[in-house]
Design a protein around this ligand. Structure first.
Ligand SMILES: [Zn+2]
Length: 244
């Protein structure tokens, strides 16, 4: 039963297939107070270290409902709106706050590039990460705390993203994906009953299991800026970055 429920949110989550849709029309599948489930959605729910989207819905009467929070709840993706009034079966036009989302896509793709370089150059795995609009971070364990090492690494990443390199997204069956351990370097707590795994592949460079929203090409990242390096105790390093 749980197996089927997990599949349901993946079927609703159209952003997995196309990260560039910012306006769409759909139908209200269910409403509970201010929490709305849509038949399909391109709104990204809070998950995997990436913050949820914001935006608004317009119903058939032209009433506007601001989307203030999006999360995976039980088997569905739930959109919290600012007021009640939406009803099951209503047609809605949906608008995603694109400036916010596109910035989060740039940062998330930059994070994959950085973690790829951290792995390839330093031989360590990023153990934690958090994506936010102003300041994002990656955590990893490394004995060496030579600041030049990290600045050089970010410079290498910046050279790399000047090139046009495609970022592909595709779905693998779980059994197939599990054969490749390297896909799960960034994945914490993979749900046990997820039957399909979404892969984000920076062509010829790195591929990771990831449900986030990503750019189509690394050249859209712009430039990665290293904001701060922190020593979080014995061998624990934290790197804060953003994209400009
Ligand atoms: Zn990711």
């Amino acid at each position: 039963m749980f197996f089927l429920l997990i599949k349901m949110w993946m079927d609703e989550a159209k952003y997995l297939n196309d990260c560039y849709v910012r306006e769409f029309e759909t139908e209200v599948l269910d409403v509970n107070d201010k929490f709305v489930v849509l038949k399909e959605t391109f709104f990204y729910p809070n998950s995997g270290g990436q913050p949820h989207d914001l935006g608004y819905l317009i119903n058939e009467n032209g009433d506007r409902f601001d989307v203030v929070f999006v999360a995976k709840l039980d088997e569905h993706i739930s959109h919290e709106v600012d007021k009640t009034g939406l009803k099951k079966g209503m047609k809605v036009k949906c608008f995603i706050d694109w400036d916010r989302r596109y910035q989060l896509m740039r940062i998330h793709s930059a994070m994959h590039v950085l973690s790829g370089f951290i792995f390839q150059e330093l031989g360590v795995i990023v153990g934690g990460n958090n994506i936010d609009l102003d300041k994002s971070r990656v955590d990893f364990i490394l004995e060496n705390f030579d600041r030049d090492l990290f600045y050089n690494l970010v410079e290498k990443a910046n050279e790399f993203i000047k090139n046009s390199v495609e970022i592909k997204k595709y779905i693998l069956l779980r059994d197939e994906a599990m054969k490749d351990e390297s896909l799960f370097r960034l994945t914490k707590d993979l749900p046990e009953n997820l039957d399909r795994i979404r892969v984000v592949e920076i062509d010829g460079f790195d591929k990771q299991a990831c449900g986030g929203t990503h750019l189509n090409n690394v050249d859209e990242i712009g430039r990665i800026e290293l904001l701060k390096l922190e020593n979080k105790g014995k061998n624990n390093r934290r790197m804060y970055f953003t994209v400009i």
